[in-house]
Design a binder for this molecule. Structure first.
Ligand code: NAD
Length: 337
């Protein structure tokens, strides 16, 4: 059994912890939290061992009556791998902690690429993470683009990708984020950081990305144009993408016109937290004009990186092949709508 610790128990961390518990080959050592808020209490209620991320705050947990199993050093010492799901920039500060314990760690997309030996997407470059000390699971948007671009590049060759990312202003729990009544080019200048981030996975890829931020919390939406090296029919591209386990086609008959109904669908389907681990591609939007492919896809920012973090644990430890790990993660979580 792989012993996994989760440092940082917020939007991504709580989902990673639940996903670790769903794996037949993994055991959750526990989760680390900075303060005894509702998430800390829920972790304890779920039966997760809770560790104080900041040792000087142990008293706060004691005062709140939230029981601790130890401090973060203990968590790291007991873990074979730590998934660091702290806010952007904190992971870089934590690297020294993992180095001190000689414990491999998986960082998130909010960290700079140079924090890790390899930036990771299971579909695109699983094997590059094997034996690494530090791996970075790329961001929600980069994960969504990598899953799409990998099969396209392998099968047709990508001459140039152009993607406009319409990004949610914040996650549902992020009350301080915005805009609340605006549409912001973000950034105004080309490129947005997403293109260079995709190139951490595909160094040779020619890609331009533009970003906007809108008053929404549910999902991101990508308007995708990929110029291919060849000229397949739209049906061929659709068949190719249909064979990818983490791409979900929104069928015409479903009447799903946007992120609101997608999330409703996920909740009706009994998905935990209404999560959508897959890219959600509108099947009808897949079109080819000469060598240009077009489509729309929605990306659930809170959950699409979760299966990737689970695969990263197996990749970094070399405990399973790419195919074995992806299949096991998909089966244990129920990926594939
Ligand atoms: P979050 O703020 O929801 O959760 C972070 C958690 O870490 C919080 O519980 C916070 O209290 C805790 N924390 C703060 N300082 C800490 C410390 N020193 N030690 C341990 N824990 C600490 O953030 P998030 O949205 O889960 O993002 C985490 C990472 O995942 C970031 O790199 C982010 O860019 C990336 N990411 C986020 C999303 C998203 O949409 N939320 C998607 C993909 C990737």
């Amino acid at each position: 059994m792989l012993k996994v610790g989760v440092n940082g128990y917020g939007t991504i961390g709580k989902r990673v912890a639940d996903a670790v518990c769903a794996q037949p080959d993994m055991e959750l050592v526990g989760v680390a939290k900075t303060r005894p808020n509702f998430e800390a209490e829920t972790a304890v209620r779920n039966g997760y061992s809770l560790y104080a991320a900041l040792p000087e705050r142990v008293d706060q947990f004691d005062d709140a009556g939230v029981p601790l199993a130890g401090v973060v050093d203990d968590l790291v010492a007991e873990s074979d791998v730590v998934v660091d799901t702290t806010p952007s920039g904190i992971g870089a500060q934590n690297r020294e902690l993992y180095e001190r314990h000689d414990t491999p760690a998986i960082f998130q997309g909010g960290e700079d690429a140079d924090i890790a030996d390899v930036s990771f997407n299971a579909r695109a470059n699983y094997d590059e993470a094997t034996g690494a000390q530090f791996v970075r699971t790329v961001s929600c948007n980069t994960t969504g683009l990598s899953r799409l671009l990998a099969p396209l590049d392998e099968t047709y060759g990508v001459k140039k990708a152009r993607v406009t990312l319409v990004r949610r202003g914040g996650d549902p729990g992020q009350t301080g984020r915005g805009p609340i009544n605006d549409i912001l080019p973000d950034p105004v200048t080309l490129p947005s950081h997403h293109g260079p981030d995709v190139q951490t996975i595909f160094p040779e890829l020619n890609i331009d990305t533009l970003g906007l931020k809108v008053p929404a919390t549910l999902m991101h939406t990508h308007s995708v144009n990929v110029t291919l090296e060849s000229t397949p029919a739209a049906e061929e591209v659709r068949d190719l993408l249909a064979g990818e386990s983490r791409l979900f086609f929104v069928p015409k008959h479903a009447g799903i016109d946007g992120a609101g109904k997608l999330k409703e669908f996920a909740m009706d389907a009994g998905r935990p937290r209404g999560d959508l681990w897959e890219n959600c591609i509108w099947e009808e939007s897949i079109a080819v004009q000469d060598d240009d492919l077009y489509l729309f896809q929605a990306i659930h920012q809170e959950s699409d990186v979760i299966p990737e973090n689970i695969d990263a644990v197996r990749a970094i430890t070399g405990s399973a092949s790419k195919e074995e790990s992806i299949a096991l993660t998909n089966e244990s979580l129920g990926v594939g709508l």
